[in-house]
Design a protein around this ligand. Structure first.
Ligand SMILES: Cc1cc2nc3c(=O)[nH]c(=O)nc-3n(C[C@H](O)[C@H](O)[C@H](O)COP(=O)(O)OP(=O)(O)OC[C@H]3O[C@@H](n4cnc5c(N)ncnc54)[C@H](O)[C@@H]3O)c2cc1C
Ligand code: SF4
Ligand code: SF4
Length: 417
């Protein structure tokens, strides 16, 4: 078997892709890990804390980064997108476009260039809630720990103000895109998920009412490296909150939006209730839900958070969310099933628990079987798939699934046919 045929190509550098890469490389196989953004980590890096232990996501990521750095069998390309894959199992050829970072490996992450840069851009890491300069570090735990320039807003050499600020000759505004070809015996998609666009849910007010946010935005508001330095504040006036309502299944289990349950949103909202409680001991907390989903040992987490936060659970699908005139407060209305009455609560902040949908677009470089919702179905003889590219899942289940996907990829390389 040639060296190329023992290579596994992993597309997506979130926790699932990182796990596939590590498990396969530690079993002795060569791996190329491709990430389209400037850093590994995926959406886990954007969480404030993660359940069930409520530890910062960077703890887990750092351990994995160390394993990645110390394994010579893994090659990593960031800013990398596969445009085409030809061939068949054991013998694929992938064409990969590498976008120019415009910052080379001499970068020490000293941050001096940022003050010199006059251009700003919305910060996708904080879901556009704040800005970065055109030259920026994706986040504090980026891998590689290197700045990057957004070429869509940077005018290039006609500006060049960062060049003189950088003592290390790390900025190269003439860096060009590259196209490379990679051989691989197996391909695994670990392309992850994206949040359902909440503005599509007409009756819940996102995008129209400033103090209606989504669960992913709540993660960034609560994070010390987020737009409010970790303080949970009303977006309309940056005032502290005295009451918060979580609206579960926002667009989920709804034929008009996502017909399925994303399985982690209930636990995510419970976790976020604990964020609010730790900052506001007196705040009133409500959760409107259809069914609470907490499988297996997550039931213990649910009971613990309920007891610790004093969260009031209200069984009922929210029919309407509206803004109170002149106060910025938000009224949530639902039919309370257990009490058999209408329930209205007016609060400072509403958090929509929106679901997860597949990030992979309709025309992937190597065709793959999809389910009715666009999640990947891994089949023998086709590309592999790992983690939330296959279904909504938490980190622990994504890691388990990715370990299985690594084994499947190895089987593709070593099977006799
Ligand atoms: C509000 C909320 C809170 C959550 N909180 C928790 C929690 O507390 N605990 C927990 O266990 N789970 C939590 N989760 C779930 C957790 O976010 C996922 O389990 C985790 O992100 C899955 O990792 P992944 O690698 O499968 O996908 P992702 O994190 O989405 O990573 C996929 C990676 O692939 C890259 N990529 C995508 N397409 C391409 C492409 N074509 N080419 C190259 N790269 C590509 C992306 O840029 C990304 O880096 C939460 C989810 C939500 C919605
Ligand atoms: S590009 Fe230069 S100035 Fe900017 S962080 Fe890197 S080393 Fe520092
Ligand atoms: S050249 Fe680009 S990155 Fe450098 S200072 Fe100007 S706008 Fe910023």
């Amino acid at each position: 078997m040639s060296a190329e045929q023992k290579n596994i190509l992993v597309i997506g550098g979130g926790i699932s892709g990182i796990t596939v890469a590590l498990e396969a490389a530690e079993a002795g196989y060569e791996v190329t890990l491709l990430e389209k953004s400037p850093s590994l980590g995926g959406r886990v890096a954007q969480l404030n804390l993660y359940f069930p232990k409520l530890c910062p996501p960077f703890c887990g990521l750092e351990i994995n980064y160390r394993r990645l750095r110390s394994n010579p069998k893994i090659k990593i390309h960031t800013l990398a997108e596969v445009t085409r894959i030809t061939g068949e199992p054991k013998n694929y050829t992938a064409t990969v476009e590498l976008k120019p970072r415009l910052v080379n490996e001499k970068c020490t992450a000293c941050d001096a260039c940022v003050a010199a840069c006059p251009k700003e851009r919305p910060n996708p890491f904080n879901y556009g809630l704040d800005q970065t300069k055109a030259i920026y570090l994706p986040h504090e735990m980026a891998l590689p720990m290197r700045y990057v320039i957004d070429s869509e807003v940077c005018p290039g050499v006609s500006c060049g103000q960062c060049l003189s600020a950088c003592k290390y000759q790390a900025i190269d505004l003439m860096m060009k895109p590259q196209t490379i070809e990679l051989k691989a015996g197996a391909v695994v998609y670990a392309t992850g998920w994206k949040p359902y666009p909440a503005e599509k849910i007409d009756n819940l007010g996102f995008g129209k009412i400033p103090n209606v946010i989504t669960n992913v935005i709540m993660e960034r508001l609560a994070a010390a490296n987020g737009p409010t330095q970790g303080k949970i504040l009303r977006p309309s006036d940056l005032k502290p909150v005295s009451s918060v309502a979580f609206v579960q299944c926002a667009g989920s289990r709804d034929e008009n939006h996502l017909a399925y349950c994303s399985s982690v949103c209930c636990l995510a909202s419970l976790k976020q209730a604990s964020y609010v409680r730790s900052q506001y001991p007196e705040a009133k907390l409500y959760m409107f839900y259809i069914d609470l989903r907490a499988l297996g040992r997550m039931e213990d987490f649910l009971e613990k958070i309920k007891a610790e936060t004093g969260l009031e659970l209200i069984k009922g699908k929210v029919a309407k969310v509206s803004e109170e005139a002149g106060t910025g407060r938000v009224t949530v209305e639902a039919e309370e099933v257990l009490a058999g009455r209408k329930r209205r609560e007016t609060v400072d902040l509403v958090v929509l628990a929106t679901g997860m949908m597949p990030e992979l677009g309709a025309n992937p470089p190597l065709p793959a079987v999809r389910d009715e919702f666009g999640f990947l179905v891994a089949r023998n003889g086709g590309p592999g798939a790992a983690g939330t590219a296959k279904r909504p899942a938490d980190v622990a289940n994504s890691i388990q699934d990715a370990t299985g996907a690594a084994l499947k990829a190895i089987q593709t390389l070593v099977s006799p046919v």
